[in-house]
Design a binder for this molecule. Structure first.
Ligand code: COA
Length: 202
């Protein structure tokens, strides 16, 4: 497909973010957030400087229609992000906050294991009917270019160990498995992932 455009996220992309983010791990997101997951994501997305913000998002479009997305966390702004996310959660979850927030902040904390000279990719997803047209490849190419432009040496991501398609997609793009991350335990279920990384220095 020739006419794929990749652009930075905007607050008004909240609807597509909420749809696409739940595709990245259909098992995890409903467990973490319950049935209100999409509404929650719509609320969080327009706020700046936290894990689920528009300001870390890139969207792929074909003829003006959003078909996929990915996020790049540069880590230079991670200071205070957990506090910001916690406050937003408090605002939207209200009395249901404690258990859900603990689960949600586990994702946020994954970033803290990434080295300063690296940056972190999350939430890569393409709508099912647009897969295998090279959209995911273009999204990651744009993100790697951005990482290079801000002086980063490597991009790092997590892929769930059972997600064979995503793992082979990343391997085809030059990402290598570095380790098996310790499992996230959420509501008595274990979610294991591989840490994968790629050098972006010329
Ligand atoms: C993983 C994912 C983002 C890949 O996106 P995509 O747009 O399908 O990716 P691409 O089209 O660039 O490449 C995928 C496949 O299409 C093939 N392909 C790439 N460019 C192509 C083209 N121009 N024409 C036809 N096929 C092409 C590749 O061989 C690749 O095959 P593979 O899956 O066996 O590696 C997508 O499958 C997805 O959204 N999955 C669900 C969410 C998910 O698991 N996210 C990852 C979380 S870690």
């Amino acid at each position: 497909m020739q006419n794929i455009l990749v652009r930075k996220g905007r607050p008004e992309d909240a609807h597509h973010f909420s749809e696409l983010v739940t595709l990245t791990s259909p098992a995890i997101f409903p467990i973490v957030f319950g049935s209100t997951v999409k509404k929650m994501m719509k609320n969080l997305f327009p706020h700046k400087r936290h894990y689920y913000s528009f300001d870390r998002s890139f969207f792929a479009e074909i003829d003006g229609k959003i078909v996929g997305m990915a996020q790049l966390h540069k880590l230079i702004t991670r200071k205070g992000q957990t506090a910001r996310l916690s406050l937003l959660l408090l605002k939207y979850f209200k009395w249901r906050l404690p258990a859900k927030a603990v689960n949600l902040l586990k994702f946020d904390r994954l970033i803290k294991f990434v080295a300063r000279e690296d940056c972190y990719i999350s939430n890569v997803a393409v709508y099912p009917e647009f897969r295998s047209f090279g959209i995911g490849t273009k999204l990651l190419a744009a993100i790697e270019e951005e990482a290079k432009n801000i002086g980063k040496k490597r991009v790092v991501l997590h892929a769930e160990t059972h997600n064979a398609r995503a793992i082979s997609f990343y391997e085809r793009l030059g990402y290598k498995i570095e380790s098996r991350s310790s499992a996230l335990k959420i509501k008595n279920r274990l979610f294991e992932s591989f840490t994968m990384a790629k050098s972006v220095t010329p």
